[in-house]
Design a binder for this molecule. Structure first.
Ligand code: 0A1
Ligand code: ZN
Length: 885
């Protein structure tokens, strides 16, 4: 087979645009089958000297007409290729008018203009605008938009675009129109248009300088009652950004539209955010506490982009983390202020370790600021987003909260209205603080998770403590050798009573004494010495997860239990428990691998169970924290810690430890379960959510004793009696792993109750896909034909296929390779419909190097089968070919 190798785009090839667009006027005549788009561009050559051809991007467009300064161009005047339109020698300033036809109803890729449940909407990031009209579709071309929308009045009464509504009225033939003007210059990826028959929830917000902003959330009719939490989140986010960063909203109108078909979570288009309705709609009967938390975060994230992304945008797509890492950091800070900061930190680290660490250790590893890509849509990754946010968080740790704020102020002052780079951001931080951040910038350019090996030594005679820190970073694709990084490593020492020892580094004044020290680790190997230290009992490292690294430290179970009980840093307390459990579980895995099923295995260290019991009894702990602290590390995390991953042994070991804890602490667990029954009405607030989290974490332990009829009854009763989705889902999650008649009864009941709510049915699909029962793949395959499933709806695909391939390692990695064949089959079916989503789901196959030889061969064979497909998208081609390496 011959294939035209897709082109690689390189960061070093960046050139500024040859033309500027002064203004753009767009006119849409909306029809689902064929929509006509007229565009009027006011163009100007950017450089003074020799003039270059004008090359406009375009994809899947029908060109209807083209004229320059009012003169119609003939086919000799321009060159039309698959992905571009070239005008070889235009004048230095001119007006170009372009008319194109596009086909929104047939747009299953959901990029450009498409139709979702009879609503027209757009998705232009990263390169979707070129699927609407020919344009300089790159983020460093910023211009002002005036947009006219015409459509059937009855079917599309609501017509929206960016900015302010300047005119609207009636047209012949039952049509109407609206004209929108956005005064803020923006790149094309932030353009948006929506037209449909939508209901709206309207509210107001007064900014601190007195601007009265009209807030509207548009949804399909009948769903407006489920938008209250999103609206409340929006208002809280607007206030928070004023208070924390001094950033105010800048228009009189802010619109959100929720649609049911969307490739990602949501999109920050200027004053017209478009959302996957999963991140807008909630009520107690249908949304879990984590759904509520997700809404709060995503609504805030998109709103925060107005400054970090829209007013200051990216020069080119390699700088994506400039807006994404920073905006994730901002939404994490916001959620930390709204809820429990330690619990938020724990959850963010769990996510980072589950998604970003494996990415950074695999064939798709790339720096936070990548050097090359084939398809930019493949780079909306955990590395760009979540590791990018960690990098920003480290800057705040290094510069201090106030220093960071000064850096932000300078960044906004310098770059408002510009398209800039990650270097510009770091320069603002450095200049505002007189700081040296050259070595720190390696966090943007070097991929891979650094390893930090720590050992401590106490010199009783001198009363001094010496900490030796060695760093290294594993090779990643294209980066065999790494330079030492600047790692801000927060450490503390605990005395025999579990109190923090005040630490003063050698040679520094008494005023530098603190309980937690942030060590500036910069060398491959470095020793830090602390004077006047009484004998320590335990060392606490990477407090608050101050750096996204893997820490290696030799610690006994007793030390870990001590830290679990006493560390003043709640994150470190949680981490001590995770590492304690990890040690026990990996030891058990090794035993299972040596000796069969592990039934004659060495018992787990009882100190762990005791530590869990202590958490359950500690009334001073936040309940949400206690829930996190008793939850074992996930199968993914444990897998990451093994050289050759054994999914069956990991599953067995984890089940065994859960059963062991449940058996030893049954009475205690029962007590906590009963003590945390909800009374009174439901509220999604952090306190109530924490109580539910703890109770459900406890129930998950108890469910390991499901041979006891009493325990089965408990789970079923919770399922039946639940007055909220969190409790109902938690019980159903346990039931799907328990073979028996109750399982199907509950699943059928759930389906009947919620069959009219697409988002809840996604949960139903996902739960069946993550079941540990052996027939799961057969059931998932059956569900592909269920009326509730559709390959054209990304939420359905993620719920059923994604949950199986990335949320069920035990069944996905079945030794016979059936999971892999299933995955490749679905990829090949989905690729022609929606390449973005197909490519995003592919990562698990790329982890083949980490498995035994039999699985390796089977995984590779499926990747090869995908690559052999002649008409593969760039998206899937890039992931599959890089995965094979
Ligand atoms: N900028 C959005 C994420 C996003 C990216 C691409 C999309 O379509 C391909 C859609 C949304 C955010 O960070 O929320
Ligand atoms: Zn974002």
């Amino acid at each position: 087979m011959t294939r035209q190798e897709p082109k690689t785009v390189r960061r070093e090839d960046y050139r500024p645009p040859a033309y500027r667009i002064e203004t753009v006027e767009l006119e849409f005549d909306l029809e689902p089958e064929t929509t006509r788009v007229r565009s009027r561009l006011d163009l100007r050559a950017a450089g003074a000297g020799s003039r270059e051809p004008l090359v406009l991007d375009g994809e899947s467009l029908e060109l209807l007409s083209l004229s320059l300064d009012g003169r119609k161009l003939g086919s000799d005047d321009y060159a039309l290729e698959d992905d571009k339109l070239t005008i070889p020698a235009p004048p230095s300033a001119f007006v170009l008018e372009i008319e194109t036809a596009i086909h929104p109803a047939a747009n299953t890729q959901l990029s450009g203009l498409y139709v979702s449940n009879d609503v027209f909407c757009t998705q232009c990031e990263a390169e979707g605008f070129r699927r609407i009209t020919y344009f300089l579709d790159r983020p460093d071309v910023m211009t002002t938009y005036r947009t006219t929308i015409r459509a059937d009045r009855r079917k599309y009464p609501v017509l929206l675009s960016n900015g302010n509504l300047v005119e609207e009225g009636e047209l012949d033939g039952g049509r109407h129109f609206a004209v929108w003007h956005d005064p803020f210059p923006k790149p094309s990826y932030l353009f948006a248009l929506v037209a449909g028959d939508l209901a709206c929830n309207e509210d107001r917000f007064t900014t601190r300088s007195g601007r009265d902003v009209r807030l509207r959330i548009f949804v399909e009719h009948g769903k407006e009652g489920r938008t209250a939490y999103a609206m409340d989140s929006l208002k809280r986010a607007m206030r928070w950004d004023e208070e924390r960063f001094g950033l105010e909203y800048d228009l009189d109108l802010f619109n959100i539209v929720a649609v049911s078909d969307f490739n990602m979570g949501a999109m920050e288009n200027k004053s017209l955010n478009v959302f996957n309705d999963k991140y807008i709609l909630a009520d107690p009967a249908t949304a879990t506490d984590s759904d509520y938390a997700g809404i709060e975060t995503v609504v805030a994230h998109e709103y925060f982009h107005n400054w970090t992304g829209n007013r200051i945008t990216c020069r080119d797509w390699f700088q994506l983390s400039l807006k994404e890492g920073l905006t994730v950091f901002r939404d994490q800070e916001f959620s930390s202020d709204m809820r429990s900061r330690p619990v938020k930190r724990i959850q963010d680290v769990r996510t980072l370790r589950a998604h970003q660490f494996p990415e950074d250790a695999g064939p798709l590893a790339h720096p936070v600021r990548p050097d090359s890509y084939i398809e930019i849509n493949n780079f909306y990754t955990a590395t760009v987003y979540e590791k990018g946010a960690e990098v920003i968080g480290m800057l705040q740790t290094v510069l201090g909260r106030d220093g960071f704020r000064e850096g932000m102020d300078l960044y906004v002052e310098r770059h408002d209205g510009q398209a800039v780079t990650c270097d510009d951001f770091v320069a603002a931080m450095a200049d505002a603080n007189g700081a040296e951040l050259e070595q720190f910038k390696l966090w943007y350019s070097q991929a891979g998770t650094p390893e930090v090996e720590v050992s401590g030594q106490y010199d009783a005679d001198a009363g001094a403590y010496e900490l030796t820190v060695a760093q290294s970073c594993p090779p990643t694709p294209g980066q065999p050798e790494k330079k030492p990084m600047h790692i801000p490593l927060a450490v503390g020492l605990l005395d025999g009573q579990g109190r923090d020892i005040r630490l003063r580094p050698e040679g520094e004044p008494e005023s530098a004494v603190a309980a937690t020290r942030v060590l500036p680790v910069r060398l491959p190997r470095q020793t830090f010495r602390f004077e006047n230290v009484p004998e320590p009992r335990a060392l606490s490292v990477n407090r608050g997860f101050s750096a996204p690294v893997n820490v290696k430290i030799a610690q006994s179970g007793a030390e870990r239990a001590f830290l679990m009980a006493h560390d003043s840093d709640p994150f470190a307390r949680w981490e001590a428990g995770q590492q304690f459990a990890t040690d026990l579980l990996l030891r058990r895995v090794a035993e299972i691998q040596r000796g069969g099923n592990g039934s004659g295995a060495t018992p787990f260290d009882p100190a762990f169970t005791e530590a869990v019991a202590r958490i359950l009894r500690d009334e001073t702990l936040e309940k949400a924290f206690a829930a996190e602290a008793i939850a074992l590390p996930g199968e993914d995390y444990l897998a990451e810690r093994m050289t050759v991953i054994d999914v069956e042994a990991i599953h067995a070991a984890r089940e065994a430890l859960r059963r062991e804890v449940a058996r030893s602490l049954e009475g205690e667990l029962m007590r906590v379960y009963e003590a945390n029954r909800g009374q009174g009405g439901f509220s999604p607030d952090a306190a109530q959510a924490g109580r539910r989290a703890l109770r459900n974490a406890v129930l998950a332990y108890l469910a390991r004793l499901a041979d006891e009829p009493e325990i089965r009854r408990l789970v079923i009763e919770q399922y039946r009696g639940a007055d909220n989705m969190t409790d109902r889902m938690a019980a159903l999650r346990l039931l799907v792993d328990i073979d028996g008649p109750e399982r199907q009864e509950a699943l059928d009941d759930f389906y009947e109750r919620f069959r009219d709510n697409a988002l809840v049915i996604d949960k139903w699909l996902a739960l069946q896909a993550v079941s540990s029962l052996p027939n799961t793949l057969a059931r998932v395959t059956e569900l592909l034909r269920h009326p509730a499933f559709s390959l054209e709806k990304p939420n359905k695909v993620r719920a059923l296929i994604g949950s199986f391939t990335s949320g069920n390692p035990l069944r996905y990695h079945a030794a016979d390779g059936s999971g892999y064949t299933f995955h490749a089959d679905r990829t090949l079916e989905l690729d022609p419909l929606n390449p973005q989503v197909a490519a995003r789901l592919l990562a698990p196959l790329g982890r083949w190097r980490r498995f035994d030889e039999g699985r390796q061969e089977k995984m590779k064979a499926q990747l090869e089968r995908i690559l052999a497909q002649p008409k593969l998208s760039r998206d899937v081609y890039e992931i599959a070919s890089k995965s094979l390496g």
